[in-house]
Design a protein around this ligand. Structure first.
Ligand code: FES
Length: 422
């Protein structure tokens, strides 16, 4: 007679798995985890959880040619342990795009956000200087600011402690009688913030904070493609138009993969868009942390308006989760993991100032973009459900078109193996 744990996993053993090192190995690891969990204290569980995630990383082999390579195992897209490792190794290290300068154009303005369990607030102080802090009150941990807005200080909605835009604690209410309390030690916890082009970057590392300038942030964030993007992919003369947000029931990487397939899915899933692109002109170039896909545009309605802006589309992917699509206008996509099978994608649209007042053009363009996003959401949610099926372990790459996707997977593997540090 099988014990309860064997019963729980017996159905997995019955599945014929073409890639035996993926699903079944994951199931075995989970089984060990459950057994260990029943006998050991919590720190062992945590350690085992990290070990499990690392064992999943090792199931991907970045060292074989794309023609022979398997895609990452489905567990990369479904495991909560794997996502925890991604937060620790990927999102909580190095520079992360969190927004654009348009969101805090004026002194005393702010916006808030969340990445994993990190709640942050970005603001411009009274001198216009960019600052960022953990958005957590030092009294009893209430979130301090919500959404976006403007003000000369942050007042906690719980008991009224008040902080300046430089993070200093200005007022701690009703603390008469408190001892050993140094107000200077209870300011907001700062985060490193930097600006590149129109983008705001944060560094969420917990190591000692430094007020030093970040002159080389472009190089740190983008590597050698910094120069290419600043001259070809990010046009700072474009003006900000609007933001759209989509919550999608899929792992964050499913959305990235969809962006990185070299236009492979476009003729099948975006038939209207396909007629505006010369898909056989697609080319992909990979750099250290960035890949750039290029595609020539076909004849489109209103072509004369675009002539001076060029009809080439450029799709830059900045590892791990930021995408910049340029030509004839620019939109950026920031993919934020909300859980193993949920993410939020933030689209910011920028447009040449001369076209901004053309309401019909703007409305039509946003409508077309919305249509493509809705088509992509259906695809991504469908892929997620397939990844969760016991029938799927790993897939294969189409070598001529999915180079950027392979590059993304290899970078992630390298990052999770701790082989590099951005
Ligand atoms: S939690 Fe902020 S003042 Fe009490």
């Amino acid at each position: 007679m099988m014990n309860p744990i064997d019963v729980q996993f017996s159905h997995l053993k019955k599945i014929r798995n073409p890639y035996p090192n993926s699903c079944i190995q994951h199931a075995r690891s989970l089984k060990s985890l459950l057994i260990w969990n029943s006998h050991e204290p919590n720190h062992c569980l945590l350690q085992t959880s990290q070990e499990l995630a690392r064992s999943l990383v090792q199931q991907f082999n970045p060292n074989i040619p794309i023609e022979e390579a398997l895609t990452p195992p489905s567990s990369w897209y479904t495991s909560p342990d794997f996502l925890s490792l991604e937060f620790d190794q990927v999102f909580f290290r190095g520079w992360q795009a969190v927004g654009c300068t348009e969101q805090v154009q004026e002194a005393n303005s702010f916006f808030t956000g969340r990445l994993g369990n990190v709640e942050y607030v970005v603001c411009r102080d009274e001198n216009g200087e960019f600052r960022a802090f953990h958005n957590v009150c030092r009294h009893h941990a209430s979130l301090l600011a919500f959404g976006s807005g403007k003000g000369s200080c942050f007042t906690c909605p719980y008991h009224g402690w008040t902080y300046g835009l430089n993070g200093a604690l200005l007022k701690a209410t009703r603390i008469t009688g408190i001892k050993n309390f140094n107000v200077k030690e209870f300011g907001l916890v700062p985060l490193r913030v930097a600006i590149w082009g129109p983008f705001i970057l944060l560094n969420l590392e917990t190591e000692a904070f430094s007020q030093q300038g970040y002159d080389d942030v472009g190089m740190e964030w983008l590597g050698s493609s910094s120069k290419i993007l600043s001259t070809n992919g990010v046009d700072t003369s474009l003006s900000y138009l609007c933001r759209r947000e989509y919550t999608i029931e899929c792992n964050w990487k499913v959305f990235c993969d969809n962006y990185l397939d070299g236009g492979y899915h476009v003729p099948f899933a975006h038939k209207d868009l396909a007629s505006d692109l010369k898909l056989d002109s697609y080319s992909t170039t990979v750099y250290e942390k960035v890949s750039i896909q290029r595609c020539d545009g076909g004849e489109v309605q209103g072509q004369e308006d675009f002539d001076r802006l060029g009809s080439k589309s450029l799709y830059a992917f900045i590892y791990p989760n930021f995408m910049d699509r340029y030509g004839p206008w620019m939109d950026t996509n920031l993919v934020l993991p909300l859980g193993p099978r949920k993410c939020k994608v933030v689209f910011d649209y920028f447009l040449d100032a001369s076209l901004k007042d053309d309401e019909a053009f703007v409305a039509k363009s946003l409508e077309d973009s919305e249509k493509v996003q809705m088509e992509d959401i259906v695809l991504c949610e469908s892929v997620q459900r397939g990844l969760e099926s016991p029938a799927y372990g790993s897939g294969r790459y189409a070598p001529m078109v999915e180079k950027a996707m392979r590059h993304f997977h290899c970078l992630l593997h390298q990052n999770l193996m701790n082989d590099f540090y951005f």
